[in-house]
Design a protein around this ligand. Structure first.
Ligand code: HEC
Ligand code: HEC
Length: 90
């Protein structure tokens, strides 16, 4: 039995929906933010952490980056368990 007109309309609609979803996904991917989180600085305070195991290095971060430290974390800082997962090293 040949497809009825309603079937044709349906598949056209499906095709359009499919095309639109693909477009939306591509649009989303191309607009995703890059890696903008500040990297671990390359200076005297931080150079010793470059070659340390991440977990080992992270024990020392809060000596300075805490409310009592020399450089407290900014207000609204995201959850901070693993510093170096977000703040990459060079
Ligand atoms: C001895 C103190 C000290 C320790 C330990 C320390 N920091 Fe810092 N950190 C600073 C100071 C001071 C600044 C601000 C000036 C600068 O950029 O160096 C800073 C700045 C930063 C910044 C901001 C860089 C930017 O571009 O704005 C990040 C990210 C950072 N530290 C991450 C870390 C991480 C992760 C650790 C642990 C592995 C760590 N720090 C350990 C003192 C320290
Ligand atoms: C889930 C991801 C994440 C984790 C984990 C994390 N941070 Fe951050 N951190 C950020 C973001 C996002 C900012 C906002 C500013 C930016 O883009 O760097 C920030 C900002 C900072 C700043 C200020 C940067 C500046 O430009 O002044 C410092 C210092 C910092 N973090 C240190 C740390 C330390 C130390 C730890 C571990 C105790 C840590 N962060 C863990 C994501 C993270």
């Amino acid at each position: 039995m040949p497809p009825t007109p309603t079937n044709k309309t349906n598949s056209l609609l499906l095709n359009i929906t499919f095309a639109l979803s693909c477009g939306a996904i591509l649009f989303f991917l191309f607009n995703a933010p890059g890696e903008t989180t500040a990297k671990l600085p390359m200076n005297a305070d931080h150079s010793r952490f470059q070659d340390m195991k991440k977990k080992e290095a992270e024990k020392y971060c809060t000596e300075c980056h805490s409310p009592e430290g020399v450089h407290p974390l900014p207000e609204g800082h995201p959850p901070k368990y693993r510093c170096l997962f977000c703040h990459k090293r060079d």
